[in-house]
Design a binder for this molecule. Structure first.
Ligand SMILES: Cc1cc2nc3c(=O)[nH]c(=O)nc-3n(C[C@H](O)[C@H](O)[C@H](O)COP(=O)(O)OP(=O)(O)OC[C@H]3O[C@@H](n4cnc5c(N)ncnc54)[C@H](O)[C@@H]3O)c2cc1C
Length: 490
């Protein structure tokens, strides 16, 4: 059974936040009758962290932000339901977790309580090959899902996030994730046909199941991106495609990032959707694509039916007529290195602050976002770099993905990290972008949610209050009110 991957070594288990209120007497013993549980301090500390880059610095200092009192590992929906009922009755916080590959502290149990580990619920439950519908347990990791679909059914879901090996289907859905082939296959919200969810009171609901509908608002979509605050996703109905019959690749050099953006816009506006369309600014082209720092590399890959791929690549070639054609071995190189994240741990050990900020904006706003975010971040004391690539494209806009680094003195790591996020996020919002394209809000971005959602935040809060009246589900996240108090971070 695949298990979560630790982001970096944890050299202790001290909690940075105040110790939460003790669990009700006898609670842990009763919980252990619902499903397998663990209370050993090393195990609870390890399960209480994710891949949030700031928490890697804490881990090297022997700390986690908070420690759950217990890790519960249900193996069935019934067990999840029993755990939720018990926690709801006792007003104990529950933080669902999958692969714990999130990068915004979303699965950190900031008020302690139960860390609900979904990774004992793995595997494909059923496949309807005629319709291309796959029912899969939420704790299934990407490689396990795709291997079985490909080898036994000739199907693929087409969702390949960079964290493919270390994230679960439930986490993809809960965070509204995006894979590297999203321009052809869509973001996870286009891939989900329905979800089974255990609500805060332990009741089980199933949504969706149809290709389209007019039976009221789309309740499946309500749980997508809810980051464990509205319910526990136990099973997901995913749409699958036949395995691609053909693949084509190309690479181009643009003199400026803006010229490359315009080509991408025109490709999408003409209706072409090549699976991969990645445009790197000059520093990233130099760092990762072997360029000399004077031009911006666009990598293109499409796969699927030969007629459709030919048509898409013809449109790409026409719209890139003003660019220089590069060898498509650049795409091959990217294929080999695309999921390598070893630099993150190495730089963290050297004391660098490193992180990424991904946002979406309409095409008309992208030039300004590109310029303003880098300018704002580079103005932060100790900032070293802020670079960017376009990673996902749509009819009306795209995702820009910024990578930033700083070298503060050890005692200023956290302050510098917070300042960079403040500068970058506020610059995005002011320039017409949103708060997140696919990493989610979690804890790290909670402080910006009111600015990002504006008049719609009360709607989200009302949904939360209605579905989870005692506020036990992942409290302290997404900027939602918590009955357990304010999180003392940052
Ligand atoms: C190196 C690296 C690269 C990454 N690349 C990408 C990328 O390309 N695309 C992308 O979208 N993301 C990426 N991510 C972010 C992360 O992998 C995704 O957010 C992923 O979807 C999280 O899945 P998980 O199973 O690890 O969830 P976790 O980290 O365990 O949880 C994330 C959130 O989802 C909630 N949650 C998890 N499972 C459930 C469930 N079953 N029911 C209810 N709530 C649940 C948790 O409470 C938490 O709020 C990357 C992360 C890393 C470390």
């Amino acid at each position: 059974m695949t298990r979560p991957t630790a982001p970096i070594e944890l050299l202790g288990h001290e909690a940075r936040l105040a110790t939460p209120a003790p669990m009700p007497e006898g609670f842990l013993e009763l919980l252990a009758t619902d499903c397998p549980t663990v209370t050993a301090v090393d195990a609870t500390a390890d399960a209480s962290r994710d891949w949030w880059p700031l928490s890697m610095h804490w881990a090297l200092a022997g700390q986690v932000l908070q420690r759950a009192a217990v890790v519960a590992s249900p193996t069935t929906t019934e067990q999840v339901s029993a755990v939720m009922r018990r926690c709801n009755d006792a007003r104990v916080p529950v933080t669902p977790a999958g692969g714990r590959s999130g990068v915004v502290g979303a699965s950190v149990p900031v008020f302690g309580g139960v860390l609900l580990d979904l990774t004992s619920m793995q595997g494909i439950q059923s496949v309807d090959a005629t319709s291309g519908l796959v029912a899969v347990w939420a704790g299934t990791f990407g490689p396990d899902l795709e291997a079985e679909l490909r080898q036994q059914h000739g199907l693929t879901v087409g969702h390949y996030p960079q964290s493919f090996d270390i994230a679960t289907v439930g986490g993809w859905v809960a965070c509204r994730g995006a894979g590297q082939y999203s321009t052809r296959y869509g973001k996870i919200e286009q891939m989900v046909a329905g979800v089974e969810v255990v609500m805060a009171d332990g009741s089980v609901v199933m949504t969706g199941g149809f290709p389209a509908g007019a039976q009221g608002p789309d309740l499946t979509q309500m749980f997508l991106g809810s980051e464990g605050t509205l319910g526990v996703i136990t099973r997901v109905l995913l749409k699958a495609h036949p395995l691609p019959a053909t693949e084509q690749r190309a690479a181009y050099a643009f003199d400026t990032f803006e010229a490359g953006l315009e080509a991408c816009r025109r490709i999408l506006r003409r209706g072409a959707t090549p699976a991969v369309l990645r445009l790197y600014d000059a520093p990233e082209s130099q760092r990762g694509q072997g360029a000399d720092g004077t031009y911006c590399v666009l990598l293109v890959l499409d796969e699927g039916d030969a007629h459709i791929v030919n048509a898409a690549m013809n449109v790409v070639s026409e719209e890139c007529a003003g660019a220089r054609l590069l060898g498509d071995e650049l795409v091959e190189k990217w294929m080999h290195h695309r999921n390598d994240t070893s630099a993150l741990q190495a730089l963290t050990r050297k004391g660098f602050v490193v992180d990424t900020l991904e946002i979406a904006a309409p095409w008309a706003a992208l030039d300004r976002v590109f310029h303003d975010v880098r300018t704002a971040m580079l103005a932060v004391p100790h900032a070293r770099s802020s670079t960017c690539h376009l990673s996902h494209s749509y009819l009306d806009g795209a995702c820009l993905y910024f990578t930033f680094a700083a070298t503060p003195p050890a005692e200023e790591v956290e302050a510098t990290y917070v300042a960079l996020w403040d500068a970058g996020s506020r610059a995005v919002l002011a320039a017409g972008g949103n708060l997140s394209h696919h990493h989610g809000v979690g804890l790290n971005r909670s402080r910006f949610i009111a600015e990002a959602l504006g008049s719609s935040l009360p709607v989200l809060q009302a949904v939360k209050d209605a579905l989870d009246p005692h506020g036990i589900l992942n409290p302290g996240k997404m900027g939602l009110r918590s009955p357990f108090g304010e999180v003392q971070w940052p």
